[in-house]
Design a protein around this ligand. Structure first.
Ligand SMILES: Cc1cc2nc3c(=O)[nH]c(=O)nc-3n(C[C@H](O)[C@H](O)[C@H](O)COP(=O)(O)OP(=O)(O)OC[C@H]3O[C@@H](n4cnc5c(N)ncnc54)[C@H](O)[C@@H]3O)c2cc1C
Length: 322
């Protein structure tokens, strides 16, 4: 690891525009050890007053420094937004969740092995260098929204649930703003190094959730081992049923794209219809219409199809098939 300076901020006003923020450090320090990120200066924000969970309108505001463990265990989250609690508890390990923060979790970088290995070409790490993943080992890579510059995935779980819940990211900086989570993470296109809309000098101060929408909340994560592992594929679902029909459906998907993936056409196809295997197969076909595999990750296409169908069967009370 290279030398760097370290400063602890006492207030938002103390934040220098150029320094790299450190919160829980669980992702950033790994990246510094691998010299994928080499900041000259770190600003520790853990003393800022950003660790509250409080009502905002009919919804909730979650401070950027709320730890993943505390968020998962919060009684209002467990009661009104259980998909979020479940996603958080499916992420990392207990020790990591005790350190990981809401803002840091949103900003965690991809786990693409070529991004982590400085000997390998990576457009995300070194723009213009090429992409060693394409034509390489692609088991964990994107099947939706990739480009011929980058097929890395966004690895987090929390953000997948937040996407299904229509969360909004609160940003402070020279011009404070609020950005729907849907627009916060970016697809790679020709600039895979630009991963979010956050600009230099800006900081995430919190995330807001709209009023709870009720319904059945599920988070299904398929991974290599149960103890801790990033998602191969995950599904966050909030499904309402009225008079035997699906009254509302919010679905987001992890492990398959550079951002938590959501497709309004899938939700529209389900809404107002009676749950059935035929309907769920139709929804999965819509979801997978734009899917593209890159060799080894071909298995993610049937895996995502089956994961969506199993989640829908579960959330609508139909017995899940083995
Ligand atoms: C072994 C292991 C397994 C894991 N498994 C999972 C998993 O299954 N699912 C999952 O979702 N995650 C998993 N993680 C990732 C973990 O959840 C993240 O490392 C963590 O959430 C990052 O939060 P942090 O506060 O530690 O961020 P840091 O490491 O402090 O920061 C991460 C990035 O965010 C930036 N940042 C931090 N706070 C802010 C802010 N307020 N505003 C703007 N930028 C900010 C930093 O500058 C840095 O670039 C795993 C991590 C490890 C090490």
């Amino acid at each position: 690891m290279r030398e760097f300076t370290y400063l602890r901020a006492g207030s938002l006003a103390d934040l220098p525009a150029s320094a790299t923020i450190i919160a829980g450090g669980t992702n950033l320090l790994d990246l510094m050890k691998h010299e994928v990120m080499a900041p000259d200066a770190l600003v520790d924000i853990t003393r800022l007053d950003l660790n509250r969970i409080e009502p905002e309108g009919d919804g909730l505001r979650i401070g950027a420094l709320v730890r993943n463990s505390d968020l998962a265990a919060h009684p209002i989250i467990r009661r009104d937004y259980p998909v979020l609690s479940r996603a958080l508890l499916a992420g990392a390990s207990g020790q990591l969740r005790n350190m990981a923060t809401t803002g840091g979790n949103l900003m965690q970088r991809t786990r693409c092995p070529y991004f982590y290995d400085r000997r390998m070409a990576c457009n995300k790490r070194d723009p213009g260098a090429g992409c060693a993943a394409i034509g390489g080992v692609t088991r964990n890579h994107a099947i939706l929204g990739g480009s011929d510059q980058c097929i890395a995935t966004y690895p987090g779980d929390m953000a997948v649930a937040l996407r299904a819940l229509d969360a909004v990211v609160e940003i402070d900086g020279p011009a404070p703003r609020r950005v729907p989570l849907a627009d916060f993470h970016l697809l790679p296109g020709d600039t895979p190094d630009v991963e979010t809309v956050l600009r230099p000098g800006e900081i995430i101060t919190g995330v807001t959730l709209p009023a709870p929408i009720g319904g059945q909340h599920r988070y299904r994560k398929v991974r290599d081992r149960a103890s801790y592992a990033f998602a191969l594929v995950s599904v966050a679902a909030v499904i309402g049923i009225e008079d035997g029909r699906i009254s509302h459906a919010a679905l987001a998907f992890g492990g398959v794209a550079a951002k938590p993936w959501r497709d309004p056409a899938v939700e529209a196809a389900l809404t107002g219809r009676e749950p059935s295997d035929a309907l769920f197969a139709e929804a999965a076909a819509i979801l997978l219409r734009p899917a593209k595999a890159w060799g080894e990750n071909q298995f993610k296409i049937p895996l995502l199809r089956r994961s969506l169908i199993a989640t829908l069967r579960d959330a609508t009370g139909m017995e899940a098939r083995p």
